[in-house]
Ligand binder design. Structure first.
Ligand code: ADP
Ligand code: MG
Length: 348
């Protein structure tokens, strides 16, 4: 007993001295981001993470004239490839794969159509001028989509004059992948990376349990649909029509465009949440599956590309039905009942 006492004391001291979380919030990629460390306050790691996101923002912004994306867009149709940073080339390759595997539901060259709607035209929602483009205008712009950038090493070109890249549907996921690497490189073992609602977990909570994240109720920004556990390295990314939209003539127009029509996607979904070990895919596919709708999303999850089969999904339908794939069942806390939602677990 005499020997056990100091040991017990040490244990209680250890458990009592879990470090306070340290957090850094910043604005980048037109959204609010934060990185929180749970295993000690390495402020160098936080500074490095923010610097990395800013560096990527400078490469991938559509509004900074010197960015890789702006230079690429300015040279569209010129026949002369633009030299870009290797990270930009890598992202364009990932976007290319997401586009092909989703049958072009994810289309990284939708910028001209986005601009016609006033989404991202100025890069900042606060100053954007939203409008409903005419069918003739859309018909003229749609031929500029679908034709993907040519990437050869770090030399990139857009085949058609007037084309433009917009990486808004994948850039935050990519940035999360970079931040994960930065934090791991600094020896951080427990952190939450929240890049505008794309949430990535590094490690576990200090008590050894998995991090928990709340998926928002798409009809009520204050409320939640469910809470789920996020394994080490997993990203939870949500796309929904409720995030950026405007109203005209009594209709709501949101910022996720169906490339087959040029109109905001109307697939019967309010939101799609993807949980994936790959932050790129979580981001790109949450956008793509929102365009495709629940039925096709589940088909792809059952027998589509490997990347999609490896994901877990939460599909919130306009009907109020919430479809949750079976891999998320353990640890799922459903919160949507009071707001009229019903939860269904989907099996393979
Ligand atoms: P958010 O950026 O609001 O978190 P998403 O990840 O779903 O949501 O990305 C939406 C952004 O993706 C849009 O703002 C636009 O830049 C771009 N985008 C819109 N529609 C598509 C599409 N069909 N394919 C690829 N990117 C798209
Ligand atoms: Mg996305």
């Amino acid at each position: 007993m005499k020997r056990a006492l100091p040991f017990l004391l040490l244990l209680s001291l250890l458990s009592g001295c879990a470090p306070e979380p340290v957090s850094q919030s910043f604005f980048a990629m037109d959204t609010v981001m934060s990185v929180t460390l749970y295993d000690g306050g390495d402020t160098d790691a936080l500074v490095a993470a923010q610097q990395e996101v800013n560096r990527l923002d400078q490469l991938w912004s559509r509004t900074r004239p010197e960015s890789d994306v702006s230079r690429l867009n300015a040279a569209a149709g010129s026949g002369t490839p633009v030299e870009v940073d290797p990270d930009t080339a890598a992202l364009l390759e990932q976007a290319d794969r997401a586009a092909r595997e989703s049958g072009m539901a994810f289309d990284p060259v939708m910028a001209p159509v986005m601009d016609a709607w006033g989404f991202g035209a100025t890069g900042s929602e606060s100053t954007a001028v939203h409008r409903v483009p005419s069918q003739a205008e859309l018909d003229a712009l749609l031929p500029l989509t679908r034709d993907l950038p040519r990437v050869e090493g770090t030399a990139v070109s857009l085949p058609l004059a007037g084309q433009a890249v917009d990486l808004g549907g994948i850039a935050k996921g990519a940035a999360a992948g970079h931040v994960l690497e930065v934090l791991t490189g600094h020896g951080v073992g427990s952190a939450i990376i929240d890049l505008g609602g794309n949430i990535t977990a590094l490690g576990e909570k200090p008590d050894g349990s998995p991090f928990r994240v709340m998926v928002k109720d798409p009809r009520d920004s204050e409320g939640g649909i469910c809470v789920l556990s996020l394994a080490d390295g997993a990203t939870c990314s949500t796309s929904g029509g409720y995030e950026r939209y405007f109203e005209a003539d009594g209709r709501v127009y949101h910022h996720i465009i169906d490339p087959s029509t040029g109109y905001p996607a109307r697939s019967g979904l309010l939101s799609v949440t993807v949980v994936s070990q790959d932050p790129y895919w979580a981001d790109a596919w949450s956008t793509a599956l929102f365009v495709l709708g629940a039925e096709e999303a589940l088909d792809l999850w059952r027998e589509g590309p490997e990347t999609v089969q490896a994901m877990e999904l939460i599909l919130v339908e306009e009907s109020g039905r919430v479809l949750v794939t079976e891999g998320l069942e353990e640890g799922l806390e459903f919160l949507g009942e009071e707001a009229g939602y019903t939860c269904e677990i989907v099996r393979r």
